[in-house]
Design a protein around this ligand. Structure first.
Ligand code: SAM
Ligand code: SF4
Length: 350
């Protein structure tokens, strides 16, 4: 199939990237897979889920073995970075079996990094095991250091448990990055304190703009805080110097002179970063989303289950990548206060 720009994936293969690599119609090489291992979670964050969520029927979920096979098919196709996410990845039963089996791709050198994004609630239990399986860095989502506010934002969360989880992760030797969603009227006055707290403990902080994914029961205009405003406010107190540091994701980083640490900005709303997108996402039911901000998807569960060899999965992945769109076009303003997509973030993972 020849995509809209007239360049076939075959031709792009001939331009230098290894044969079989995943190259999309806009010449972006796909090397990063995010895997939502469950859409369930022990929290109900106000920007991510509604209070009464309906989750996917358990019967629709891929088994851990099937998830491993699917991830491994992407590794065969040149994916070098794999992030487990969700929902909350550490509440999926048997998750350490998957982490352990995927770690063979670290040992073989095919995978440069295996990592995960977690709300931290189960970290105390799993941190050492994660490190033993070759995980070096994790992201922990934490929007506030105030226990009451934390409970209000997560609806069900216990800040003490998350703090114990972060302590355990640091003690195990994991590098921890803190992710905070900037929320109007909720944590906007706290971000300076969160930055100092994180950097003092050798953790980077990344702030994220809220995206209009899924109906969460309140309008996004009430939550949305542009990071241009956050940066301007932080710059009144800290010296922020742009740096080239990259972690393979969409964040742009600054060095904070006063703390010596790093601060990242993920700005899907105010600054679209799609031109350098190297990512695709699979859900726990084996649906491949080529873009977080679009509805187009490919079913990988059917080819996965249709044959014991991986030929059909490889072909389905190749075909899907020819449909990766140029980018997303989220808007939150007075006319666009409701979800851009009905899909919640917990389905495709952050
Ligand atoms: N449960 C894990 C956690 O919270 O870290 C992993 C999944 S969660 C969906 C991944 C990330 O997406 C979290 O950092 C969360 O704050 C972020 N997130 C969820 N909904 C969002 C939204 N509507 N806009 C921006 N970020 C969102
Ligand atoms: Fe759960 Fe993470 Fe969504 Fe919060 S952001 S509800 S912790 S999946």
């Amino acid at each position: 199939m020849v995509p809209a720009n007239g360049i076939s994936t075959l031709e792009l293969d001939r331009t230098g990237t290894s044969p079989g690599a995943l190259i999309d119609p806009f010449a972006r090489t796909i090397t990063y897979l995010r895997v939502s291992v469950t859409d369930r979670c022990d929290f109900r964050c106000v920007y991510c889920m509604s209070e009464h969520m309906t989750f996917l029927p358990k019967a629709d979920l891929l088994s851990l073995e099937e998830l491993d096979r699917l991830c491994s098919a992407f590794v065969d196709k040149g994916v070098t970075k794999l992030r487990l996410t969700g929902g909350e990845p550490l509440v999926r039963r048997g998750i350490m079996t998957l982490v352990s089996s995927l770690s063979r791709h670290l040992s073989s050198g095919a995978l440069k990094e295996l990592t995960l994004t977690t709300n931290g609630s189960q970290l105390e239990k799993y941190a050492a095991e994660l490190k033993n399986h070759g995980i070096e860095r994790i992201n922990v989502s934490l929007d506030t250091l105030d226990p009451d506010k934390f409970r209000a934002v997560t609806r069900w969360g216990d800040l003490g448990k998350v703090m114990a989880g972060i302590d355990a992760a640091l003690a195990a030797g994991l590098k921890v990055k803190i992710n905070a969603v900037a929320l109007k009227g909720v944590n906007e006055d706290e971000l300076a304190g969160l930055l100092e707290w994180a950097n003092d403990r050798s953790m980077d902080l990344t702030v994220i703009e809220v995206m209009p994914l899924g109906d969460v029961g309140e309008t996004r205009l009430d939550q949305y805080l542009p990071l241009s405003m956050v940066r301007a406010r932080l710059a009144e107190r800290f010296t922020l110097d742009d740096i080239d540091y990259q972690t393979g994701g969409p964040a742009r980083y600054v060095r904070v002179k006063e703390t010596g640490g790093r601060l990242g900005f993920i700005t899907p709303m105010t600054h679209n970063f799609c031109e350098s997108c190297n990512r695709v996402r699979i859900t726990c039911t084996g649906t491949l989303y080529m873009c977080l901000g679009q509805n187009d998807a490919a079913d990988l569960r059917t080819p996965l289950r249709a044959s014991d060899s991986d030929g059909l999965i490889h072909a389905a992945i190749d075909e899907a990548i020819t449909r990766k769109p140029k980018g997303h076009d989220f808007v939150i303003d007075r006319r666009h206060q409701w979800p851009a997509l009905s899909r919640h973030m917990s389905v495709t993972g952050g």
